[in-house]
Design a binder for this molecule. Sequence first.
Ligand code: UT7
Length: 329
Amino acid sequence: MNKRPCMEVLGTGRAVPEKILTNQDLEKMVDTSDEWILARTGIRQRHIAEPGVPLSFFAARAAREALADAGVAAEEIDLIILGTVTGDSKFPATACVVQDLIGASKAAAFDISAACSGFLYGLQLAESMMAIQGYRRILLIGGEILSSMVNWQDRDTCVLFGDGVGAVVLGPGQGACGILSTTIHSDGAFRDLLYSPGCGSLNPPSHENVDKMLHTIRMEGREVFRHAVTSMADALNQALDMAGVVVEDLDLLIPHQANLRIIEAVGKRFRLSPDKIYVNVDRFGNTSAASIPIALDEARKTGRIASGSLVGMVTFGAGFTWAAAVVRF
Ligand code: UT7
């Protein structure tokens, strides 16, 4: 018998910067082309924050939208978890800034660092904290301002990323709905394939380290691609098994939106028809921890997810980290 405590999604929200950077804009900045970007990644445009507008600004907007959707007041929130690698500053946690901005005065708040897996890591953490510690209303946010750490001269990476935030309000569930399974994984042996080496205790901020662009994103794209497909397939299989369902039962799969070719390769492994896979990478690019909650919010609000829908989510990112979940709405 499944003894998992029941936790469900009560509401969702998202916020992205207004400014859009198109592939044509990027053609004027680096040696690239709309054709290359579209063919290799599926990305047409990404939203980019104005310099100096911090993550907390968009996180608070997404959070307010999720609270309104859930019909939950900020004062009722007792825990805020924010998955990000691009917080407002090194400390305090950006979750604490969001707490103050939205007036969630009774919440405990902290950030987690799991890169593109931040949202699904947070989901498992939220479920455990609800089950063991008894939290009743949890605000889980995934958000990034990746434009703040992109090297705009590096065509290998600068075409890939975008900014944005997605948020969900979680609460105790009833009956057959709720989070049916979550699974999280990491392998730090691959940490140098996707990372930012600068501005931490390893390479503290200095003029020299900034001149070397150590604060920006480095990636061995081909290797990351290969691992992403295999690990996402493994994690999804595991989450399906844990939930006691098969892939054919899924009404929708929400994969991390890094590259359309990765999404299609995962879909192919499960013989999923394209209409069962949510794709918005063309409009947002790779928003790391925000990609799944932004897609989840869009899917709910456009009717792709309805009451009773069975939804799979799966991700892969720096660390390496990877994760999956199955949720009944
Ligand atoms: O979110 C976390 C997980 N991240 C990912 O999952 C990303 C995984 N990796 C990828 O999505 C892909 O590897 C990329 C989109 C990053 C690259 O696609 P690729 O098909 O693996 O291309 P590549 O790196 O093998 O490069 C192919 C060619 C190279 O030229 P040569 O050596 O064949 O002459 C690159 O220099 O494409 C060139 N290239 C570009 N050309 C035009 C690389 N970037 C660009 C560019 N515009 N922006």
